[in-house]
Design a protein. Structure first.
Length: 281
């Protein structure tokens, strides 16, 4: 039977499908309400403190310099300042700015993972439309969804492209025929395919390594056969541009690192041109 337990099991087994509503608008509204309440409480506490300070009552006056005396007033007719301070403390604990900041830093789920979750919820051998009413609309607004799995934000562009584009392309053509869809004896996994992320990362690393070795050697090889000076300059510019774009795409490099590596790459080509003779026929 499809229910929340089954959905929780799916999200637990496939963390990329652990997608939830952020309630961004609702959280913002709640913070605004809390901010307004605290603003009034702050003013009320300040008025009470000022009144006690100039009351002429030695005990009330001592509240400004002794928290012990302030706490000792509990239960008496003079405990208004302490009660208001406790009210402020409770409200401040509910003013969850840091918590909301953490939620906003959560990764956005990929469109494909949102689609996969929605499809599973609708499949007869998956969620089987067990959600009803408003609950059935919880994953409709993609702009208000966050993912507890931040793995895809830590990937470089090449790995992310393989995960988001190459794997779906491969799956649609051959993968669905070659891989076993039964991840367990439980029928809830019918129609669910799992591709090992570690293998995808190894594949992406292999491509990166191949490109890092081919680009410099290929540029030297091409320059060897190009004899005209202007043509050699053009080839150098093209390969340098390709190298920098490739570096920025396949590696999570800082801008300064891209500049440094590109400069070194260009220097290698210039050295070759100098040794080969820039103006030879």
């Amino acid at each position: 039977m499809a229910d929340y337990n089954r959905l929780a099991h799916l999200m637990g087994m496939h963390q990329e499908l652990a997608i939830f509503k952020q309630f961004a608008k609702l959280n913002a509204k709640n913070l605004l309400y809390m901010q307004s309440e605290l603003t009034h409480l702050e003013a009320e506490l300040s008025d009470i403190e000022l009144e006690n300070k100039y009351s002429g009552d030695s005990q009330k006056t001592s509240f400004q310099v002794s928290v012990f005396e302030l706490k000792e007033s509990v239960g008496s007719a003079k405990d208004l300042q302490w009660r208001k301070a406790l009210e402020v403390r409770t409200k401040l604990a509910q003013y969850t700015l840091l918590q909301n900041s953490d939620v906003q830093r959560l990764a956005r789920p990929t469109d494909r993972n949102v689609k996969l979750l929605q499809e599973w919820l609708d499949r007869a051998d998956g969620g089987d439309f067990f959600l009803r009413g408003r609950e059935a609309e919880m994953w409709d607004n993609a702009d208000d969804l966050v993912s507890l799995n931040s793995g895809h934000t830590e990937k470089d562009s090449l790995t992310q492209s393989i995960t988001d584009r190459l794997v779906p392309w491969y799956h649609d053509r051959w993968g669905h025929c070659m891989k076993n869809t039964s991840l367990s004896s439980n029928s809830m996994w019918n129609g669910v395919w799992h591709y090992d992320e570690a293998s995808l990362i190894v594949f992406a690393n292999a491509i990166s390594t191949l490109l890092s070795s081919l680009l410099p050697t290929t540029s030297i090889l091409v320059l060897y056969f190009v004899k005209k000076p202007l043509a050699r300059l053009a080839v150098t510019m093209v390969f340098t541009a390709v190298f920098s774009v490739t570096l920025a795409t396949v590696a999570k490099a800082r801008r300064i690192d891209v500049f440094a590596a590109t400069t070194a790459f260009a220097a290698v080509q210039v050295v070759f041109l100098g040794q080969a003779g820039f103006c030879n026929d």
